[in-house]
Design a protein around this ligand. Structure first.
Ligand SMILES: Nc1ncnc2c1ncn2[C@@H]1O[C@H](COP(=O)(O)OP(=O)(O)O)[C@@H](O)[C@H]1O
Ligand SMILES: Cc1cn([C@H]2C[C@H](O)[C@@H](COP(=O)(O)OP(=O)(O)O)O2)c(=O)[nH]c1=O
Length: 660
């Protein structure tokens, strides 16, 4: 693909992943990185399989060998993570990556040639150490290749690629082992060679990215792992919600890790061999990707906290089913479901952490979570196979029938119970909708219709807390749109119609006092119904750009989450009221509630609600946006007016109706 555009002026929105890939240098680095990740996963599968076969037929020895490989994979990161970053900062990044790839390729080639278990283990550690320097060199060069506003999308792409390549790796591994089954152990050797080849190709790809250049030495301090852990720990332990989240996220990881750690012997017990292992591994990671990608959208009406805890309990149930149902085809289905549940929890946990942890400690908290997850991963990967080996193969004779029950399945069952217990504890600590039965929530949140998006004109909603700057930005936007020759209508809720004015008087006048929350929701909904029918729809039909200052999201946030109403009830009422007409784009001006309310002095009936109420409202807005990112532009409203206006214009430019 030739470089036909300037990445700085690419009009695509900042979160558009394809726009990052249009940047040639980044695209090449990404290809190299994708290949290395793919190679890494194939290598992991091949080395565990090799460790097993080198350990011989002894169940215990095989489990110990696999546990050893997996544990040694994560050990260097634990011990040397921060040091590796420091080293990477002092070397030429491009050469670090090229040599890193070549060295890893050489180590992988050496493994089948030497062919001893000791060398498998030693080489695993050495390869991992090289990877540890390679990773930060790559991460640090990305900001030099992409413009600032695309950095987040670039990071997201890196993350997706790191975990996403596990699935094709599993497919390739399975294919190699199936095709060359007749070749015995050579199949595994072949997988290791394929893996080495991916590193060589990756090195070649990096040779062509001259832009990476020499590391600009910065003096930014890298906090030690120890300090990160201590600071994160003190914040996490003193905040119940965050404590629940961290324990839960670690639990979700541990559930996945148990399957990976025990998978090799588990499939052996089911007589499914190497191809079976590849399939099971791919199933867990495929499910994980599905859960991360689709669960929040699939259950968009379910509170994130509930989805988080439900995912954990679900992982536990799947793990138990996996232990009890000893049949490879069914086990594969369950493994997908298990990955899905763990992925749903993981992504909700991360979103919630992002929402609930204040700016000042967020960096440290995330660093703590990363370290905690690595530790849990290392411990689980190491302990699970050892526990399985220690339990061994058991056969009991009950009533004349012999029942065999093996260490791998027993250990999974124990882990299942632990995951379930953690899920229930997380549920208890975090449930934000006590009294509303879970299944009713699920039923209502599932399988919603997608809503109606206008095809003539353009419908834009401004949303955000009180004082976020919606009126200011709406006015600036109207001015710009008119300059572009657009027909524009600026309107607002509540109070844009005659009926609306009366309703606005009632809902906002402090003299109204406390009214039933359902009545309040219905008054706002009545204002919307009149607004949509008599103002918004006719203007859109005439081809205008309609900007509304507040719309349905305000009702979902203020009445659905601020008040103690059922979010899905509020949603249904509002869908009905608006004929399910949705904005083509919602601009969310995000601001901590206090900053917004400090911008002015008077308080109407809603603004006078408690601080907690406004925090719930803010989080609800962010969750709505996170569930459907393609229809949202989230802006940090602490920026100055002009900066905000420029970002809004950049996002809207490609969406505007054609002017004759
Ligand atoms: N980006 C900004 N930075 C600082 N103050 C702002 C900004 N945008 C608006 N304001 C001020 O904040 C107050 C609330 O802005 P307004 O646009 O009325 O918010 P909203 O319509 O969301 O309630 C006004 O006094 C406005 O001048
Ligand atoms: C549209 C809408 C607004 N509201 C609230 C949010 C605001 O506090 C108030 C509208 O007040 P308004 O003064 O128009 O908004 P702002 O303070 O942002 O300029 O009504 C709801 O609770 N539900 C809704 O559906």
């Amino acid at each position: 693909m030739p470089e036909v555009h300037d990445p700085l002026t690419d009009p695509a929105p900042a979160h558009d992943l394809r726009a990052v890939l249009r940047i040639r240098a980044f695209r090449r680095l990404w290809i190299a990185f994708g290949l290395s990740s793919l190679g890494d996963w194939i290598g992991l599968l091949a080395l565990t399989a090799m460790a097993k076969s080198l350990a011989g037929d002894d169940y215990q020895a095989a489990n110990f060998a696999i546990g050893g490989v997996l544990f040694l994979r994560v050990l260097p990161a634990l011990v040397m993570g921060p040091v590796a970053g420091w080293v990477a900062d002092r070397l030429d990044r491009r050469w670090t990556m090229i040599l890193g790839d070549l060295i890893r390729a050489a180590f992988f080639v050496s493994i089948p040639i030497v062919g001893t278990l000791t060398w498998v283990l030693v080489a695993t550690v050495l390869i991992e150490i090289v990877s540890l320097v390679w990773g930060p060199a790559k991460d640090a060069s990305v900001p030099n290749l992409v413009p600032r506003h695309r950095l987040e999308a670039a990071n997201q792409l890196s993350l997706i690629t790191t975990y996403g390549t596990a699935l094709p790796a599993a497919v390739i591994f399975t294919a190699i082992t199936l095709v060359s089954r007749w070749a015995g152990d050579f199949a595994i050797d072949l997988a290791v060679y394929v893996n080495a080849a991916t590193f060589v190709v990756s090195a070649l790809a990096i040779v062509s990215v001259a832009e990476i250049g020499r590391a600009v030495h910065d003096h930014e301090e890298h906090p030690t792992l120890w300090r990160t852990m201590v600071e994160g720990w003190s914040y996490v332990t003193s905040t119940p919600l965050v404590r629940g989240l961290v324990v839960g996220i670690s639990g979700a990881f541990a559930a996945g890790a148990v399957v990976i750690g025990l998978g090799r012997t588990y499939v052996e017990d089911l007589k499914a061999g190497d191809p079976g292992y590849g399939v099971l591994f791919g199933a867990v990671f495929g499910g994980l990707a599905l859960g991360m990608g689709f669960a929040p959208r699939l259950f968009s009406g379910l509170s994130r906290r509930r989805l988080f805890a439900a995912g954990l309990v679900g992982s536990g149930i799947c793990l138990a089913a996996l232990a009890l149902i000893q049949q490879i085809e069914i086990a594969t289905m369950i493994a997908i479901l298990l990955g899905f549940c763990a992925g749903a929890s993981w992504v909700c946990g991360y979103t919630l952490l992002g929402l609930e942890v204040p700016d000042a400690v967020r960096g440290r908290t995330f660093a703590f979570v990363q370290s905690a997850v690595r530790t849990v991963l290392a411990v689980t990967l190491a302990i699970a196979p050892f526990a399985a080996g220690a339990i061994g193969r058991n056969t009991w004779t009950i009533g004349g029938r012999s029942v065999s029950y093996n260490g791998a399945a027993t250990t999974m069952l124990i882990a299942a119970v632990l995951a379930g217990v953690i899920g229930v504890i997380a549920w208890r600590q975090m449930d934000d909708r006590p009294g509303v039965p879970f299944w009713r929530d699920v039923r209502r949140s599932f399988g919603k219709t997608p809503g109606v998006y206008p095809t003539t004109g353009l419908f834009i909603a401004m949303e955000g807390g009180d004082g976020a700057g919606k009126s200011t930005q709406s006015a600036l936007l109207v001015e710009w749109l008119k300059e572009q020759g657009q027909q524009v209508l600026l309107t607002r809720e509540p109070g844009a119609t005659e009926l609306g004015k009366t309703l606005r008087g009632i809902v906002l006048d402090p003299a109204t006092g406390d009214i039933s929350h359902r009545a309040e929701a219905l008054l706002y909904a009545a204002d919307k119904a009149e607004h949509v029918d008599s103002v918004i729809k006719p203007a859109l039909k005439a081809g205008a750009v309609v900007i509304t200052d507040r719309y349905v999201d305000s009702a979902l946030a203020y009445q659905g989450s601020g008040r103690d109403l059922d979010l899905s009830d509020v949603e249904r009422v509002n869908r009905w009221a608006t004929d399910d007409l949705r904005p083509n784009l919602t601009i969310l001006l995000d601001l901590p509630p206090k900053s917004g309310l400090d911008r002015f002095a008077g308080r109407d009936r809603i603004e006078a609600q408690s601080h907690d109420f406004h925090v719930r409202v803010r989080n609800a807005f962010l969750e709505l946006a996170a569930a459907e990112p393609q229809h949202y532009l989230i802006l940090d409203a602490t920026q100055d007016r002009e900066e905000l206006a420029a970002q809004i214009r950049a996002r809207l430019q490609p969406m505007l109706p054609k002017v004759n």
